[in-house]
Design a protein around this ligand. Structure first.
Ligand SMILES: Cc1cc2nc3c(=O)[nH]c(=O)nc-3n(C[C@H](O)[C@H](O)[C@H](O)COP(=O)(O)O)c2cc1C
Length: 325
């Protein structure tokens, strides 16, 4: 009942389940895996528009898109309307099907300018940026916001209304303030309030960790779609679990996803791909028996083939011991 196709401009998303942009995590490899598990829309990591302007190779590589992940949304951050419009145009030229502006990042290195969540403190600048970006692109424009800077400055309704009036296609609300960062609980009642006030779709974000919390978010807020971040770490199949309540991945499937992720990461990032995978190893093994032994063993290894052999041996051993999950 809650899961349905979502129209975004001329695009119809297969479903209204989205993978959060997660800097340093949701690279092309992770996004493709999430897509295979039924995610309706994936987002790039945040692209710092000033970094693109200065031709930073790392930033530009983050804008790579695979055919498998369409439709994809590229997320940009910044505080200069002209620069952001240029980077938005570049994103469209590179193949983005939807564009998103980050107005929620709490990190000091972003908010010390007016970017990320600091943008929300300047509604006039928000209007200028949206207008300037909209003029340059023909793909749908969306924004991702928080509740506001702190509990006494919750101005998400004002910012979201500006986005609606300026023609944005949807608004994602991570229901925490900047001061809250990632602590405490997401205040889902504010998502409900936003849903009551806006005509354009509202995407609820914050603290969805399983199929049940996904359903709760839809039921309690009436939102049009949901976005999942940390709940997908080490569990990219969460989208399939939400789409099909009878589904749980087998041990063998979990092993295969991990191996695919590792292979993709090494292909994409070279030897550094194994280093990048370390945090994923921890997430993928969360809740598995002997998980600390698994992590300790893997952290000793650098050679991709040896890592693969270790993963095979660990999971096969679990299967032999009759672990099913
Ligand atoms: C490690 C990490 C990186 C993140 N990077 C981004 C980002 O690049 N852009 C963005 O809009 N939000 C970013 N976020 C916020 C998430 O997209 C999401 O809004 C937040 O984690 C709340 O959702 P969740 O409870 O499902 O994780 C990041 C969060 C984390 C934990």
């Amino acid at each position: 009942m809650f899961i349905r196709p979502l129209k975004v401009g001329d695009i119809t998303l297969e479903n209204n389940l989205m993978l959060s942009p997660l800097a340093g995590i949701t690279d092309i490899v992770f996004r493709v895996i999430a897509k295979r598990y039924g995610c309706g829309l994936v987002f790039s990591e945040m692209i710092n528009s000033n970094g693109v302007l200065h031709g930073g190779v790392k930033v530009l590589r983050r804008m790579d898109i695979s055919d498998e992940e369409h439709p994809i949304c590229i997320q940009i951050a910044g505080d200069d309307p002209k620069v952001m419009a240029d980077v938005a145009k570049k994103s469209e030229d590179l193949g983005a099907k939807i564009l998103n502006i980050n107005m929620g990042c709490p990190a000091k290195k972003i908010t010390k300018t007016k970017a990320g969540c600091a943008l929300m403190t300047d509604p006039l600048l928000v209007s200028k940026i949206i207008q300037s970006v909209k003029k340059e692109i023909s793909i749908p424009l969306t924004i991702k916001i928080r509740l506001g800077w702190n509990e006494t400055q919750k101005n998400y309704l004002e910012i979201a209304k500006i986005a609606e009036d300026e023609g944005c296609a949807f608004v994602i609300l991570h229901a925490r303030t900047r001061v809250q960062a990632f602590k405490g609980h997401a205040q889902w009642e504010e998502i409900r309030l936003l849903k009551e006030k806006l005509k354009i779709p509202v995407i609820g974000n914050g603290d969805i960790v399983c199929a049940q919390t996904a359903r709760n978010m839809f039921e309690q807020t009436g939102c049009d779609g949901i976005m999942i971040g940390r709940g997908a770490l080490g569990r990219p199949w969460i989208f399939k679990e939400i789409l099909d309540p009878t589904y749980t991945p087998t041990l063998q499937e979990r092993k295969q996803v991990l191996l695919d992720h590792l292979e993709g990461s090494v292909l994409r990032h070279g030897p550094y791909g194994t280093v990048l995978m370390r945090k994923h190893f921890a997430w993928y093994s969360h809740g598995l028996p002997y998980s600390s032994r698994f992590r300790q063993g893997l952290y000793q290894l650098k050679e991709p083939q040896k890592i693969c052999d270790f993963i095979h041996a660990f999971f096969d051993d679990l299967s032999e011991k009759g672990q099913t999950l």
